[in-house]
Design a protein around this ligand. Structure first.
Ligand SMILES: [Zn+2]
Length: 125
């Protein structure tokens, strides 16, 4: 991939990372606010628990996304960005535009998702 394209994806990823970090900080602030504000009110306790649970889950998902973006930025530095980790083929620009953190090309992603889907089915039996 040429340096101009790499720079383009680096900018997309950096922007996403910045937005995510801001969102996580906002969520954390909101969660702390709800603890300070409603902690004395026993009636609101369950709603507060739900809010905290939601904030926690959001945080976990955001953490995973931040890790994905970090890894993609690392691959840009390493010069392996845009190359499928499974088969070594180039990932299409269209796919990278849609999913800048993609580690696999569309064909491999499909196979991996099918394998994961089967694993999920087995674990729920
Ligand atoms: Zn592949």
């Amino acid at each position: 991939m040429d340096s101009k394209k790499l720079e383009h994806f680096k900018q997309i990823l950096s922007t996403q990372l910045r937005n995510l970090t801001e969102t996580v900080n906002d969520d954390r602030a909101a969660a702390i606010d709800s603890i300070d504000g409603d902690a004395k009110d026993v009636v609101d306790k369950s709603q507060q628990d739900v809010n905290q649970e939601l904030a926690l889950q959001l945080g976990e998902r955001a953490s995973k996304m931040i890790a994905d973006i970090d890894q993609a930025l690392q691959r840009i530095d390493d010069g392996t960005y845009g190359i499928c980790e499974r088969c070594g083929k180039e990932i299409s620009d269209r796919r990278l535009e849609a999913v800048p953190t993609a580690r696999y090309d569309a064909a491999c992603q499909e196979i991996i998702e099918q394998e994961e889907g089967m694993a999920d089915e087995i674990s729920t039996l």
